[in-house]
Design a protein around this ligand. Structure first.
Ligand SMILES: *[C@@H]1O[C@H](CO)[C@@H](O)[C@H](O)[C@H]1NC(C)=O
Ligand SMILES: *[C@@H]1O[C@H](CO)[C@@H](O)[C@H](O)[C@H]1NC(C)=O
Ligand SMILES: *[C@@H]1O[C@H](CO)[C@@H](O)[C@H](O)[C@H]1NC(C)=O
Ligand SMILES: *[C@@H]1O[C@H](CO)[C@@H](O)[C@H](O)[C@H]1NC(C)=O
Length: 369
């Protein structure tokens, strides 16, 4: 028995220790070593990845815009929050830049089918916000659940300046919003979404109309009580239908000098909303505003409201003439396109607009209706 076992052992030893086998063993050990190294490298990198992932997901959770637009912040809290969130600019590269379409509406947006068609196919490149207590929209509409909270008990909320600033602050909470258009329910788009997107994203200026003019309708509305925050040389007039970059939107939301003055003079000044935005931006951001609006309106002399176009007036000719009759510049170069939006269009204009959209406005194919 002993002999056999010694023999076996020797045989085993000899078999283990033959030069061929040593080579095999070395290879096996080398492979094992490689495996250990590989496993440890993989596990550290997975660990790092897991760690990085958990941190970034935490950041995303705290800075991602809420899926619901509802909140119960006061305007003051909201503005502070919007400014705080916007300082986290290093996270802004996360999303594709979007255009925020903000509607200042007193009633339901009746041209909804036109807008639904306008945005179709461009998810992720736009967001919508509505300042209005009214209006139910279909689940598949771009306006579904897009109303921003507005403190109804706050009598100030009827001021269009407050409503516009509140819209801007809410839209700033989404860090991927890069450009902000303020529209009314009577506005229509004049071009397709992709054209509008490029026009706005490539602009180094914000489209805020701001002009100075002698006479009671403009310079005559200035009151020395606005000094020293606003001097007569900084006093401007312009339509409230504006388009601003994130930088300019922040200037408006961060305005703690001109706004309080306007607020205090509410009862003494008339049509403040024709002056606040052009004036505050001339004071604080004159070099980055184009001093013109991208929303066309038709004013007839002696009238206090711009012309409203109904079913009969809404023709191919009207839409074509809007940009043909004007000259302006885009990034300091002449452009054939001054206006991307137009108003005022009555609810009755919906049908001709839907019919004209594929040809005159460049969106919505004929098969879709
Ligand atoms: C505000 O909303 C938060 C949750 O969103 C809630 O916890 C809080 O109680 C609300 N506060 C008021 C005053 O309604
Ligand atoms: C707001 O304005 C103050 C100065 O008035 C400035 O210190 C601050 O950085 C501004 N905040 C933002 C987010 O622009
Ligand atoms: C959008 O409109 C522009 C200018 O009218 C046109 O050149 C472009 O082809 C249109 N794009 C789409 C996707 O319809
Ligand atoms: C807009 O007007 C201001 C003066 O109020 C001027 O400084 C600025 O350069 C103008 N913007 C453009 C794009 O011309």
């Amino acid at each position: 028995m002993k002999e056999t076992s010694r023999f076996d052992l020797r045989r085993m030893q000899s078999s283990v220790c033959s030069s061929d086998d040593v080579a095999v063993l070395v290879r096996v050990l080398a492979v094992l070593l490689l495996l250990v190294v590989a496993v440890s490298v993989v596990s550290t990198s997975t660990e790092q990845k897991l760690w990085a992932w958990s941190v970034s997901s935490e950041e995303e959770i705290s800075y991602r815009p809420p899926t619901s637009l509802m909140h119960n912040m006061s305007d003051e809290q909201l503005f502070e929050h919007a400014l705080r969130v916007s300082k986290l600019s290093k996270y802004r590269s996360r999303g594709t830049p979007k255009v925020a379409f903000m509607f200042l509406a007193e009633e339901r947006i009746s041209l909804t089918p036109l807008w639904d068609r306008y945005f179709r196919g461009y998810q992720g490149l736009y967001s919508t916000y509505i300042h209005s207590s009214q209006g139910d929209y279909a689940v598949n509409s771009v306006f579904y659940k897009r109303q921003i909270p507005s403190t109804a008990s706050d009598s100030k909320s009827f001021s269009t300046i407050d409503a516009a600033r509140r819209l801007l602050a809410n839209a700033l909470l989404d860090l991927s919003n890069e450009r902000f258009v303020l529209l009314s329910p009577a506005c229509i788009p004049l071009f397709n979404f992709s054209f509008t997107y490029k026009y706005l994203m490539s602009s180094k200026y914000s489209f805020v109309e701001a002009f100075d003019m002698p006479g009671p309708g403009a310079r005559g509305r200035y009151t020395p009580k606005l000094a020293p925050e606003v001097g007569l040389s900084q006093w401007r007039k312009g339509t409230q239908w504006l388009e601003v970059s994130r930088r300019v939107a922040l200037v408006v939301v961060n305005d703690t000098t001109v706004y309080p003055k306007f607020d205090r003079l509410r009862s003494e000044m008339i049509v403040q909303h024709e002056h606040y935005f052009p004036t505050v931006l001339t004071v604080k951001a004159a070099h980055i505003i184009a001093n013109r609006s991208i929303t066309w309106e038709l004013w007839r002399s002696g009238q206090f409201e711009p012309v409203t176009f109904g079913m009969e007036d809404t023709t191919e000719q009207l839409l074509r003439k809007i940009n043909e009759e004007h000259e302006c510049s885009h990034n300091d170069k002449p452009t054939a396109v001054c206006f991307l939006f137009a108003r005022r269009f009555a609810p009755s204009a919906l049908w001709p607009l839907l019919k004209l959209a594929p040809t005159s406005l460049g969106f919505g194919s004929r098969e879709t209706y």
